[in-house]
Every structure is written in C-alpha cells, then in structure tokens.
Write a protein of this length. Sequence first.
Lengths: 449, 252
Amino acid sequence: MPESASKPGTPPPATLNSALGGRGAGGEPLAALRERARVAYDSLELPYWRRSGFWQTSFAELDLAALAPIAHEPDAAAAPAIIAGQRNAGVLVQRDASVVHVELDPELAARGVILCSLELAALEHRELFERYYLRRLTLDRHKLEAASAAYWSGGAFLYVPPGLEIAEPFQIVYEITAAGSAQYAHTLAIVDRSSQIRLREYDLASVEIAGAALHAGQFELYLEDGARCRLAHLTDWGEGAVSDVSTAVVEVGRDAYCHWLPALLGGRLIRHHDELVVAGAGGDMAFRGILFSQGQEHLDVFAVDLHETGPSGGDVHWRGAATGESRASFEGLIMINPGAQRSHTYLQFHSMMLSDAAKLDAIPSVLVSADDVSASHGGTVGELDELLIFYMQTRGLTRADAVRVIVEGFFEPLIVQLDDAPLEQQIRDRIGAKLAAAADDIERYALAR
Amino acid sequence: MATALEIRNLHVRTEDREILRGVDLVVRHGELHALMGPNGSGKSTLANTIMGHPAYEVTAGEILFDGENVVELEPHERAKLGLFLAFQYPVAIPGVSVANFLRMAINARREEPIKMKEFTERLTRAVELLDVDRSFTSRHLNDGFSGGEKKRAEVLQMAMLRPEIAVLDETDSGLDIDALRTVAEGVRKLHAEQGLGVLIITHYQRILDYVRPEFVHVMMDGRIVLEGGNEVVDRLEREGYDRIREEVAARA
C-alpha cells in the first residue's frame, strides 16, 4: 500500500516498525520469504507517494517488462575508481545482478570477520542469516519492495564478531552498467558487541545509462550492544534514466552508536526510506544527510528517527539544494514510542534554492508517546545571497566560483563530520560537478531575481 | 606618479533615484586619499560602483584603471586588474576558512597556484601586521566575527591580495580605539611599504588621525564639493558638514 503524505487530517506515514507490527518479517527460511514476496509482487501495483499536493513521486511509468537482471562473470579487477587506491578492510562489488568481486583483509578473516555475497551467506552462514535477515525490513509494502525481496541476487553480507576495532572502511558497491538492468540489491550487515567499524555503500552507474534501469535496494545494519559504526551511503546514478526505490534501516542496540550519512547526489527518480532505530537503552546516533537535485531529477526522502527505548539520543541534520527543474522532498519524522523515557532528539533540515523552476519541500513531523523526553525540529530555507557573491567577486573569484563556494559551504558542516578525507573529497567533487553542469541555470535564476 | 584610478563625470543611479551626479576623482599609484561626507552623500555608492556592484547603474561617465575603462567589467575582472574594496559590512562565508578563502582568491588572480611555502610566509606577515592570532585564519570567514575581527579580516585580505588601489568603505565604523589603531596602522604600513594606493571613505575624522591622508575630498549630494590636503579634515572637525553645505549652496 502506498503511504500517504503527512498532512492535516491524514495519519502520518508508517515507519517500518509500525508496518511490521513490532515483529520483523524475517525468521523464516529464505525460500519461504521469497515466496511470500513473490505473491505480494503479483498482487501489488507500482507505488506512488503523494507529496505536498502539487506533485507526487510515482513509479507508475516504470515498464517492468522492459527490465531484467543482467548477470556477470567474476572480475578480479572490479573495484571501481571511486574506491581505488585506498586501504580497505574489505570490498564487495555487485555489477547489475551479480557479485563480481569480494576481497577481505586476511587478518580480519582469521579473526572471524565475514564478508561475502548474501547468496553465499544464506547457504554457509545460515544461523546468522536467519537470525538477522529482514529482522527490521518489510517485504510487501509496495510492488518494488516485494520485487527486491523476491528476486534479489548477489547481495552483500558483513559480519563483524565482538570486540574488534577496525579503522579501515568496508566498501560495498552496487553498479548499474547498462540500460534495461533491473538490480535487486540487498545488504545485511551485523556489528557484534563492542566492535567498531566504518561502512560505506555506493550506488552508482558505471556509465551514463541511456535507457531505463532500476535499482530496488534493501539495506539493514544491526549494531549490537556497545557497537559503533560510521556509515555512509553515496547514491549517484548520474544523468541517465535510473529509477531507485530503496529502504535502509539501522538498528542501534544498547549503548551503541551510529553516525549515518546518506548522500543523494543524482538520479532520475529516487525514493529512499531511511530509518534509524534506537532500540537499546543508552543508544545514540547522528543522522546526517545530503541531497542535491538538478535538471529533471526527482529525489524523495523519508527519514525516520525512531526511539523504542530510553534513555537515548538522536540528532538528525539534513541539507538539500535543488536546481534546474528538479523536484526534491525531504520528509523527516521523529517518533518516540511509549516507554522511551529520557529520549532527546532534534531534527533539522536546511534547504537552498538555486532555480525558480525547482521545488524543494521539507515536511518535518514529531510523534511523541512518552512524557519525559525532548523532541523538536527546525530548519531554514535559503537562496543564493547576491551580496555574498559580489563580496567574493571583489576578491577575484568568478561568479561561478563564488556560487560553488557558497553551495559547498552550505554542505560543508555535514561533509567535515564524515571524518574521512577521500569520501569527503568525493562528495565535494560531485557537488562541484553538479554545480558546473547547472551553471547557466543558476546564473539565469540569479539575474531574473 | 602614474594615474591608477581615474573617475570622470560619473553618474550613477539605483532603481529609484540618481545618487552620484558627476563625480571626478583621481587616485594615483601610491597616494593616500580620504573621501569624507555626511550620511547619504553617495560615498558607499561610489565605492560599490568602482567595484561593479550590480545594483548600481552607471548612466554617464567613466571609471578608468590605468587608462582602461572598467565600467563594463565584472567585479572579479576589476579585482584582477588590482582594485580592492574593503566592505563596510563584510559578509560571512559559512563553511570556508579565512586561509582557504585567501588561497582561492590569490589563485584566482594567477596562472599557477601559489606555493604553500610562499602562501604561509605571506600569511604569517599579514597575521603579524593585523595583530591577530594565527588560529584566526582557520575560522570561517566573518562567521560569528566581532565587528573588529571583521574589519581586521578585510585588511588581512588586502595585505594578502596585494592590490594596486584599495577602497576602504567606512572601515572605521563600529571599531573600538584599539581595533581602529591596529587597522589604521595596517593600512598605513601597506601604503608605506608596498606602495598601495588608498581611498579611505569615512564619516569621521578619527581614522584620519592615524592615517594622515595626502588628499582629502568632501562629497555632498553625489558630488565632490571640496578638495584639499589634511587641513580640510581639521576644518571639518571644527565647523562640521553644515557650514560647508551652506557655502556650497551660496556658490550655486
């Protein structure tokens, strides 16, 4: 069932947890879960989400009959340029429908770390797989979610046993390489008690995708008691016609911590549901996000900060910019469940408009069912400051450079918090490239005001 | 000395009214000028027009820099020729440190990026000149700065970018006496040691006690109405703007 937007008189959109009725979808054998998803897939329509009343995020135009999984042979040299030259704890690359490359630091493997395709994990690490798989994800809220749950192939599985502190990042890459590709992706990651890791997932097009392609992804990360993770998602499907409907959930256990930053930097049509659940007492999190839409792109994010128990901490801070004729929507929900006393959280969204034809909506809401808590939201809407541009020009910067400095400066407070120089530079470079592509549009907008 | 900045019969308007009504002013390389005048006389309009602020339309006249008319040039092109404006109200650039901004601005004017060593040496000298802590340069430019810090940052940029001619728009406003002395001393040294040509725009004579200008111009109602040497400053202090206004009216 498509969710409805939160507007007066209608109920707020379902969190994963409420959709699950508090019970995970998993715990059954994979074949049974796939079969349930297949049945749901057959009966469900393509999803849409109604936005501010003037527009909607709709996948109804998607021609599923024209899309199919594309298989690839293993490829030893598959690490894409974006992570080349870095020291990594482990790398897993899925190209379209196939995992083509896995590497794991042998020392970590010897200490019990597992990094492999999810297909393999379902066979070889069955006990772990069945304990966690779909514990916090649904498989039948809409047709594309059901498709992903029924038909995923390849996939990524990461297990970090208790008590390990790993400085180098784990990198998981999903690449789409051609039009017509249907990529049903699934990442399952578990960080066991008191371990500490960095994890990044990249969702990328390796070339400009001229025709339609689809990424329907599921991501689940479980942080057991005292575990810590710095997690980043970088989604950039480029200028091509890639549609992306994905759900990601992070569960933060007792005294665990997660810093999570999804960066949505490109895609024709994207709907992401990102949910951070503080499930254990003393759990804390920082939920950051960046979105930047240009041209005809359409980005739609539903970000949830859910507190199931207290005391717990949360800090949600997203920033978005839009240019061209793009549409972007950020819907942020703080939810504090009954009994989650002494939870403290704050949600803020800041936007910057770079075109009068673009739309960028922020829809914050707060649902609190406990009395000894603090939860609020705030935000700003900004435009390019002409005086600031003039100021920089008098120092010798061109107008385009001044705009780039302003927009980078706008995102910089979030980027520096990544504390990860190569990733920070990737995001800055991508923002710079998007600004360069939109330079004419931005100038036209500025002169028209 | 060679002419650097020459303003001829400059007429400027904004959307609703004409502000400058025929300004003539010459600042040669290495000269120190002051432009004084009451509020609303057009001083800041002149400063902004010299740098090419888009809100001000030049309806007649010329602004020449080393003989080239710059009226049609973009602000950054004027900066590259060697013009600089210290703002009355400097603007904050969130997310960009003073040092990073300076490096960007310096590199914008040159073919090859400045070497780290040279940049650091320049920065060290500028930081000493303006009597600021080195950590100042890692803060975001003007973001949360006090009034005094903003003005110091303006002169710091001037020291780093090494323009030919600098226009200082009410750089003295809102400064306590220590900050005023530091800023004035910085300007004086850049003038004396680097041959910087300066046009100090001010409402008060206070800053001129520290930076003794060689040439003083008084602006009223969009025109220069009185010119001379330092004695003009003393006269203004004694008599105020009203007396001069009466004289101008009597002449007309």
